[in-house]
Design a protein around this ligand. Structure first.
Ligand code: URP
Ligand code: ZN
Ligand code: ZN
Length: 461
């Protein structure tokens, strides 16, 4: 048995901030308290540092096939980058293709991830083809720890499901405990606007934001909520970006419905000004839902304070500028959708603590505890308590860093935050008791990360 003692830090969880010591035995936290009399093989001095749970990023897309190419991070490079940024669990999206089964998609994702991950990982399932067969398979997958299913109201001809399919999946979710996650944008209407924009010669990246109108996010969000209400099922809205969509979620929650939503750092820190950068630079900022005008950011921060937004995940889906984003030169609709972010989420949210948007415990709640609860991983992940996995970050709240593609570890040739100075940095990162990052050195290995079977959602009211 190996014992690690973390001394003199400020332990921050979603509920508490306590100056206390943490004792780890092998892969688990076994005690918090005053360490007098405790012996350990390794002692980590955390004086002046925060001791926080490893981040839980509930929305990543390693190697996602999209727009004729693949997201540029593999499970190996993406989970290593996550570790550098203090994230110790990801929940990635396995993909069911049209004509394929959930099983085929899941097996393919297990094959991509197994033996390659630096940190623990779990899967949601993208249902690209809702059929009698795939609805039946949902139950089997839940038994294997895949307890959430993403559907798309966007991307006709690719991942899109019509309202009938969505209703059936929501009904199955209500019956089985599976949580339906919704990409809420009216893809049919968006495609009309895309066609019209291109016909007018509006081909630049900024038109991606124009055609994906905020009202089309709000309309789809409202429709998804109503369909969930009819089905009697909870609902989780992914990557919410528009004030108008947030208003729909807020109203549903005020009515007492089990409707939850996440947003992502890009919607809190970037805007349509970035999409409109000169030349083709705006392509670096193409994702869906799209970035919104800056005034949406204040509403999102407010939503995070009121809990109408309960989770911040990354929607990490990187495509290199050279050769990948460039597929959309001359036609914004061909730019692969997605931004890198798995490495920078914890730090950008710490910056929000310093800027006064959220408090320290709320930082841990939205980035660690609630995503773990929402997706059936709590208290194994998302907190520091006896019995929890020893996924622990010694976080230096005073360290400064400049975000840049030159120094980040994600496999992508640009940073959406190039040149931005951030205060706060993960100094030491433990994954199940093993130090995998220490003072600027990577000590982890591909294959250390294990697949996590998840329980069903633990957040229902
Ligand atoms: O732009 C995005 N979000 N790309 C990834 C796919 C998705 O819709 O989440
Ligand atoms: Zn999506
Ligand atoms: Zn996504």
């Amino acid at each position: 048995m190996s014992r690690t003692l973390i001394r003199n830090g400020l332990v921050i969880t979603a509920s508490d901030e306590i100056g206390t010591d943490v004792l780890i035995e092998d892969e688990k936290v076994v005690a918090l308290g005053t360490s007098d009399g405790w012996t350990a093989d390794t002692v980590i001095d955390a004086t002046g540092k925060y001791v926080i749970p490893g981040g839980v990023d509930a929305h990543t897309h390693m190697e996602l096939p999209f727009g004729g190419t693949f997201a540029s991070d593999t499970f190996e490079t993406g989970t290593r980058a996550a570790a550098w940024g203090g994230t110790t669990t990801i929940v990635d999206f396995a993909v069911q293709s049209v004509g394929g089964t959930l099983r085929e998609g899941l097996d393919a994702w297990h094959a991509k991830a197994e033996g390659n991950c630096a940190i623990d990982y779990a899967f949601h399932m993208i249902m690209g083809d809702v059929t009698e067969g795939s609805l039946k398979e949902m139950e089997t997958l839940i038994g294997e720890g895949i307890t959430s299913f993403k559907l798309f109201m966007a991307y006709p001809g690719v991942f899109y499901s019509d309202d009938g399919k969505i209703l059936r999946a929501l009904q199955k979710g209500a019956e089985t405990g599976g949580l339906i996650m919704m990409h809420a944008e009216n893809g049919i209407a968006i495609d009309v606007l895309v066609e019209q924009a291109l016909a007018r010669g509006n081909t630049d990246p900024k038109y991606h934001g124009v055609v994906r109108h905020a009202l089309l996010e709000a309309e789809a969000t409202n429709r998804a909520i109503k369909l969930a209400q009819v089905a009697g099922s909870p609902l989780y809205i992914v990557h919410l970006s528009a004030i108008e969509a947030l208003a729909e979620v807020t109203r549903a929650r005020d009515e007492g419905l089990n409707v939850f939503a996440e947003t992502c750092p890009q919607y809190l820190y970037l805007s349509t000004d970035d999409l409109a950068r000169p030349g083709f630079e705006g392509a670096k900022y193409v994702c869906s839902t799209p970035l919104r005008p800056e005034e949406h950011q204040a509403a999102l921060w407010k939503g995070l304070r009121t809990d109408d937004l309960s989770v911040v995940s990354t929607d990490h889906c990187p495509f290199c500028f050279k050769g990948q984003k460039e597929l959309g030169l001359g036609d914004f609709s061909k730019i692969p959708n997605g931004l890198p972010g798995v490495e920078t989420r914890m730090d950008l949210l710490h910056q929000a603590v310093l800027d006064g948007h959220i408090g320290r415990r709320r930082w841990i709640e939205i980035a660690c505890a609630t995503p773990a609860r929402m997706f059936g991983l709590y208290p194994r992940k998302g907190t520091i308590a006896p019995g929890s996995d020893a996924d622990v970050v010694i976080y230096d709240p005073a360290a400064t860093q400049v975000l840049s593609a030159e120094t980040h570890h994600m496999n992508v040739d640009y940073s959406p935050y190039e040149g931005r100075t951030i205060t706060g940095k993960a100094q030491t990162v433990l994954s199940r008791g093993r130090v995998i990052i220490d003072n600027g050195e990577y000590l982890g290995s591909a294959g250390h990360g294990r697949f996590l079977r998840r329980e069903t959602c633990q957040t229902l009211r």
